[in-house]
Design a protein around this ligand. Structure first.
Ligand code: SF4
Length: 391
């Protein structure tokens, strides 16, 4: 089958060999693979070890497939939120979070999301479509190019926690994971890639059978079946009790722990009783818990809990298993967890985000969220926290 015309990014070595056809010796495919994924060229004509006529053929027949930056929003904390334009003109969001010598790239697996979590802005978009493996990998390549991430992929974490439910796009997520982790290519260690799911049970089982797969994080967010049904209607189909059973059966690798993400919603799921129920739910699992105080957003009908509440919840869970508080990143540019929703023009004007690179001085939301962020951070300075909590 001819794959001529497909983007090169997203192709594995066998795909490249098939795309080039019999006319080219097989080592040419390896040279192209090396240039795209290991050397991360962003211009096909720059692959200087290829003959001129092959470079011309590539440029004519194959788009490279690294998405373009449509918009970039810079946070006061160094986080950058990117709106990336795909080949069909649709856009997707990716977040870059530098932290000292390490950094984390939060990528999307779908445009929008069909899972209707009540605390998440992305849910308000609905689902437009899933991303191809190339579009998933392309986000990492674009962020690497924009931020000069040439060397040492071992210091980069990738989290599939942007837009979308990764397990509803599993074949593409798995192919992207193979490309991201291939030592001959991008070479990000498997233990530095994490996928977060709302709890699509049959797909968790399918993921567990994959030889190359990201670490698994489960977005828990409730301590009872009823509470989770309200916050995450997907629970009506995939019950909390069965989700925990699927987690018990999940084949962890020797170095791996399950991560449970828990968004704390003030007065809803953040009581000490909730914390104790979480401990009981997760008993006998090799697990850790990441707490995220709700990141606010327009249309989200919940409040961020106070620092003391977060600390109390953490202390209870921490008595039984590792429990961390995730530091919010990029709140002022809507880059934090659960905030990735493409801004419509009306909202852009309201937020001051629609005019090129957003700057704190021109973004009216910045003053609100940055000060709130600083207050939140200082209020919780006595709590133990580490971020990012990605090993
Ligand atoms: S939290 Fe994740 S799964 Fe739920 S709606 Fe948002 S993007 Fe989708």
């Amino acid at each position: 089958m001819s794959v001529v015309g497909q983007a090169l990014v997203g192709m594995e070595l066998v795909d490249l060999q098939a795309a080039l056809g019999q006319a080219e010796p097989s080592f040419r495919a390896r040279q192209i693979y090396d240039a795209i994924y290991r050397r991360r060229v962003t211009d096909l004509t720059a692959i200087s070890n290829l003959p001129k006529n092959l470079r011309a053929r590539l440029a004519e027949e194959f788009p490279l497939g690294v998405p373009q930056v449509e918009q970039r929003y810079d946070s006061v904390d160094g986080t950058r939120r990117y709106l990336l334009r795909l080949s069909d003109g649709k856009t997707v969001e990716t977040v870059w979070m530098p932290e000292g010598e390490r950094s984390t790239i939060c990528i999307s697996s779908q445009i929008g999301c069909p899972v209707d979590c009540k605390f998440c802005l992305t849910a308000l978009m609905g689902l437009e479509r899933g991303l191809s493996a190339g579009e998933i990998v392309g986000q990492v390549l674009r962020i690497a190019a924009e931020n000069n991430l040439a060397a040492n992929p071992g210091r980069v974490n990738v989290v599939m926690m942007g837009q979308g439910e990764p397990l509803l796009n599993l074949p593409n997520v798995i192919k992207a994971t193979r490309l991201l982790t291939d030592p001959a290519g991008i070479a990000i260690p498997t233990r530095r890639i994490t996928l977060s799911t709302s709890g699509i049970i049959p797909k968790i089982e399918e993921l567990g059978r994959e030889p190359v797969r990201p670490k698994l994080a489960v977005s828990l967010n409730a301590s009872t079946e009823e509470q989770r049904r309200e916050l995450m209607p997907i629970t009506r189909k995939y019950h909390l009790k069965d989700l925990i059973e699927a987690c018990r059966a999940y084949p962890l690798r020797p170095w791996e722990k399950l991560t449970f993400e828990y968004v704390l919603l003030g007065g809803v799921n953040d009581t000490d009783a909730d914390a104790r129920r979480v401990v009981r739910l997760l008993a006998r699992l090799n697990a850790k818990v990441n707490l995220i105080a709700l990141n606010p957003g327009p249309g989200i009908p919940f409040e961020t809990p106070g620092a003391a509440r977060v600390a109390s919840f953490q202390a209870i869970v921490k008595g039984s298993m590792p429990c961390f508080v995730r530091k919010p990143r990029g709140l002022d540019v809507y880059a934090a967890c659960g905030q990735l929703k493409r801004m419509e023009s009306k909202e852009k004007t309201h937020l001051g985000l629609g005019r090129g690179v957003a700057s704190p001085s021109t973004n009216p939301m910045t003053h609100f969220t940055a000060s709130r962020y600083m207050a939140w951070m200082s209020g919780r300075s006595h709590t133990s926290s580490r971020w990012p909590n990605v090993e």
